[in-house]
Ligand binder design. Structure first.
Ligand SMILES: [Zn+2]
Length: 267
């Protein structure tokens, strides 16, 4: 069984030793592939470093998240990062109107310009959306209509917590949907998020930790790490009346299609 944690921020690790130890625990748990995701300068730096150091196990995404919207970060610098070894995607990027309602136009501009870069480079995008579903869909719709790459490699809406309607529209656009440890949190019986997790087609499902955030049950309260994508996969299996092995197989195959495409530079 091979699991693929599609979203971890490596600036969470204090140093190389801590990172190495987390990778060993991941390996022991069957988590053999990890997408180290950027977004902030620290997170980008850590992702590029890890992908160079652990090729075939750690891949990188580089990008600018909504926190950087008002600082107009350099797209030329971002494009240079895409040349580095193991960089397979752009992100994370996107809109957050919950924490940053004051910077909406700047967030939209930064998101749109990175989508344009993704089209030019034919790279998948890792997208964040919070309380911004309509604008996220509008920008993604434009992106998809101009996308000339592989239709299976458009991108993913990470850490999905939205409605069934939002999920359906993202799926219609060709995106994949990634579930995090939030799925393991205790809820009342008919949890709408679980309904969505049951309904997403098997060939569009991804799993993630969002390390160091959102540690799943039974690890709540601790800093998250890639090994703990296992409880997310187990919960998905339960929700979908499926087996852990089959969930592992499909989510890993989906992540490989999305992020690695025809690259098979894996050990
Ligand atoms: Zn993230």
């Amino acid at each position: 069984m091979i699991l693929f944690d599609t979203h971890a921020h490596f600036d969470a690790f204090a140093d190389r030793a801590e990172c190495q130890a987390a990778l060993e625990r991941a390996e022991a748990a069957g988590v053999r592939r990890i997408l180290a995701v950027g977004g902030s300068p620290e997170s980008n730096r850590a992702a590029l470093k890890a992908a160079a150091e652990w090729p075939g196990r750690v891949f990188a995404a580089a990008g600018y998240d909504r926190d950087l919207a008002v600082s107009s970060p350099s797209l030329l610098e971002l494009e240079a990062m895409l040349e580095r070894p193991g960089v397979v995607a752009l992100g994370e990027m996107g809109l957050d109107y919950h924490y940053h309602p004051d910077t909406v136009p700047a967030q939209r501009d930064l998101f749109a310009s990175q989508l344009e870069l993704a089209r030019r480079r034919r790279l998948p995008v890792v997208v964040h959306s919070r309380e911004a579903d309509r604008d996220t869909l509008d920008l993604l719709r434009e992106h998809v209509s101009a996308w000339r790459g592989d239709p299976r490699r458009i991108g993913v809406l990470h850490c999905f917590t939205g409605t069934a309607e939002f999920a359906k529209r993202l799926l219609d656009l060709g995106l994949m949907i990634s579930f995090s440890g939030i799925l393991t949190f205790p809820t009342r019986r008919r949890d709408p998020l679980r309904e969505v997790a049951r309904a997403v087609p098997a060939d569009r499902l991804l799993i993630e930790t969002d390390t160091p955030f959102l540690a799943p049950v039974p690890h709540r309260g601790k800093p998250n790490e890639p090994a703990w994508v296992v409880p997310v996969a187990e919960t998905l299996a339960k929700i979908r009346d499926d087996t852990l092995v089959r969930i592992a197989h499909s989510t890993t195959a989906n992540a490989e299609t999305l992020f690695l495409g025809s690259r098979k530079d894996m050990p």
